[in-house]
Design a protein around this ligand. Structure first.
Ligand code: FES
Length: 358
């Protein structure tokens, strides 16, 4: 399993992807190649000191397996601290990077037929999945439906065209634009259940063909498209999803509100097992888990601190805990005692958490 230690990596290239997005390519020293080995679909957590404050963000790897450089794509967000910081980076700068994490993965092996649905910057993990599959699974087919606002906002446009040229018979690419008219009306509009219905009715989407489906984008698009696929009879287990930004009011999978703080409550004694070692600290009533770990000088893995990325996933092996919100763990994980520790609310006086559990 990947370690949670950060490594200082040097930027080999910072390249514009659109007016709002850049790609960062990291040179990987040979001694770190094993630690940074990844499965297509995984992400890197980057850490930087911005205006005197530590900021972490996760970005999906967009380069294919076997590439000599590790690349991520970053779209600028209004007020986004890391995404705005990234625009000023240049080759030769150093960034702290955690080895690849994430379970939105496409393990390479037997030939399959992949359906990839991406919206906006949700394309980044799909770039790695599509390129890796097409290069390394010669018998596989890939269909990518990619939704954007306009042609100017399409990330990796040239790289996608290159893939199409190289793998004409195995790669099908459909661009859908919501804010710009294309010649064929069929490809105008958002990527959602209605659009999938139309594509199916026109014979451009035969769901019987697909053995693996990946969806990445905003919550509303994921919920709409995955719900439609299940309604059409696709096995839910075949569909993997990765959320980029939760929609306002979107339902977390196992949310449970934190109880009001009892003024007489005692602190919880927490033991964490991580990367083979054990640490102890206390979490005060009402205190945020990550703040408690920091106050005690204990380093625990996290990135989004928002219940989305699962960098902080661990298993409760003793005691009881709940999560404030969960946009990422599957039902079986919650049933098996896994929690997103950035959202952890202790429900017992002692807790033992295992970050090494799979
Ligand atoms: S740090 Fe991202 S889910 Fe906890």
């Amino acid at each position: 399993m990947a370690s949670h230690d950060f490594h200082a990596l040097t930027l080999a290239e910072v390249a514009p992807l659109t007016d709002e997005a850049v790609s960062l390519s990291f040179e990987l020293p040979s001694e770190l190649s094993e630690a940074f080995r990844f499965t297509p679909g995984q992400y890197l957590t980057l850490r930087a000191d911005i205006d005197g404050e530590e900021v972490r963000r996760s970005y999906s790897i967009c380069s294919p397996v076997g590439d000599r450089r590790l690349r991520v794509g970053i779209k600028r967000l209004d007020g986004g601290r890391f995404s705005n910081f990234a625009r000023d980076l240049k080759a030769g700068d150093t960034i702290e990077v955690m080895p690849p994490q994430g379970r939105f993965t496409a393990p390479l092996g037997a030939p399959k037929s992949y359906l990839l649905l991406a919206a906006g910057s949700g394309i980044t993990p799909m770039m790695s999945i599509a390129a890796s599959v097409l290069e390394q699974e010669p018998g596989s087919q890939v269909t990518l439906l990619f939704g954007n606002r306009s042609s100017a906002s399409i990330m990796f446009r040239e790289q996608l065209e290159d893939l199409k040229d190289r793998y004409m018979t195995r790669f099908t690419l459909m661009h859908l634009l919501a804010g710009e008219r294309q010649e064929l009306d069929l490809f105008n509009g958002r990527l959602n259940a209605d659009k999938l219905t139309t594509l199916k009715e026109r014979g451009l989407l035969d769901l019987d063909d697909f053995s693996a489906t990946y969806i990445c984008g905003p919550a509303a698009m994921i919920e709409d498209c995955s719900g439609w696929l299940v309604d059409q009879g696709m096995d839910k287990a075949k569909i993997k999803t990765e959320l980029f930004t939760p929609a306002p009011g979107s339902q977390a999978k196992a949310a449970s509100a934190a109880a009001p703080v009892d003024p007489n409550a005692e602190a919880t004694s927490i033991q964490v097992m991580i990367d083979g070692s054990t640490r102890l600290f206390d979490q005060r009533p009402g205190e945020d888990y990550l703040d408690a770990a920091k106050r005690n000088g204990v380093s625990v893995p996290y990135s989004c601190a928002n219940g989305m990325c699962a960098t902080c996933r661990c298993q409760v092996v003793e005691g009881e805990a709940e999560m404030k919100q969960n946009f990422s763990l599957e039902d079986w994980e919650v049933d098996s005692g896994f929690v997103l520790s950035c959202q952890l609310v202790p429900k017992s006086k002692t807790l033992v958490l295992d970050y090494d559990a799979l």
